[in-house]
Design a protein around this ligand. Structure first.
Ligand SMILES: C[S@@+](CC[C@H](N)C(=O)[O-])C[C@H]1O[C@@H](n2cnc3c(N)ncnc32)[C@H](O)[C@@H]1O
Length: 273
């Protein structure tokens, strides 16, 4: 029994040379490895039908008044402040962006949506209006949490794994892939970033299980460009949106720090090191 587990081989695997070849030979009829500094909800049509293999989406959880204005075409003076209003708005926001995903996904493609527990109900509600299948609800357990006095310290996040069809691509890398992932948050106090940077290894895990070298990974909310950086370093192509134009230098800088394929190694060698 133990011998069998030790000899486990991922469903798909590629040598570094093969992975590099798949990346070099990948071919798209539209610009890839680029980020549109635009509102994803307004410009999602830039992404052709069925062109994307995997979507990584880590949406904003707080919505600014400027955001409300842009989406509802109404003046901020007309927007009631207050928790209920924000809640109601967040539901609409989720319905809008989540409704754009399925069209751009190819038939074997998948979606990973990140969510804190407080906005999870809006995300699940929005998913129920789509044709996406919810395959797994993964818990990301991290080590930090804000100190509390009268409640538990929050130290987990939710990742929803969804697919367009039942016949989806899945590289079963581990013999026994669990739905609780313990991955440390990276802590770099001197780094210029927006506050919500995901750990590379977390995004890498989603990409590894749901795509092949040379595939296209899409992120509607690039933030610091984590999805782009991880895609580049693992022989995947990337494409995405970020509404905040001032993130461009940070993203470029993050991308310049990694070489194509620099973090790629065959999966078999990772599980048998
Ligand atoms: C939670 S952060 C993403 C962080 C990212 N995963 C990382 O590791 O750096 C969400 C990002 O979405 C951006 N954003 C918000 N609304 C957007 C929209 N409608 N279109 C594109 N980007 C948007 C925000 O500016 C923010 O940078």
């Amino acid at each position: 029994m133990i011998k069998k587990i030790n000899n486990y081989r991922p469903t798909y695997d590629w040598s570094k040379k093969k992975a590099s070849g798949l990346y070099k030979n990948s071919n798209f009829s539209f610009p890839v490895n680029t980020i549109h500094y635009l509102d994803f909800i307004k410009y999602s049509d830039f992404v052709p039908d069925k062109s994307v293999n995997c979507i990584i989406a880590d949406p904003p959880f707080g919505i600014s008044f400027t955001g409300k204005e842009a989406l509802y075409n109404r003046k901020s003076s007309n927007v009631q402040s207050g928790y209920v209003e924000v809640d109601k708005y967040y539901d609409e926001f989720c319905k809008l962006w989540i409704s754009k995903l399925s069209r751009m996904l190819n038939d074997k493609g998948s979606v990973w949506i990140f969510s804190g527990w407080s906005n999870l109900s809006s995300i699940l509600n929005a998913i129920s209006y789509t044709n996406l299948n919810l395959i797994n609800h993964v818990i990301w357990k991290y080590q930090f949490g804000v100190y509390t006095k009268r409640k538990f310290v929050s130290s987990h996040y939710h990742l929803l794994f969804l697919t367009k069809s039942k016949d989806y691509f899945f590289n079963k890398i581990d013999n026994y892939p669990l739905d609780v992932w313990e991955i440390n948050r990276t802590y770099s106090p001197n780094e210029l970033k927006n506050g919500t940077k995901l750990p590379h290894s977390l995004v890498m895990k989603c990409i590894d299980y749901s795509s092949k070298p040379g595939d296209l990974i899409f992120d509607p909310f690039m933030g610091n460009g984590t999805t782009a950086v991880v895609s580049k370093s693992s022989y995947r192509n990337y494409l995405g949106f970020e509404i905040n134009k001032s993130m461009d230098k940070i993203i470029d800088n993050n991308l310049n720090q990694v070489d194509v394929g620099s973090s790629y190694s065959p999966y078999y060698s990772r599980i048998h090191h």
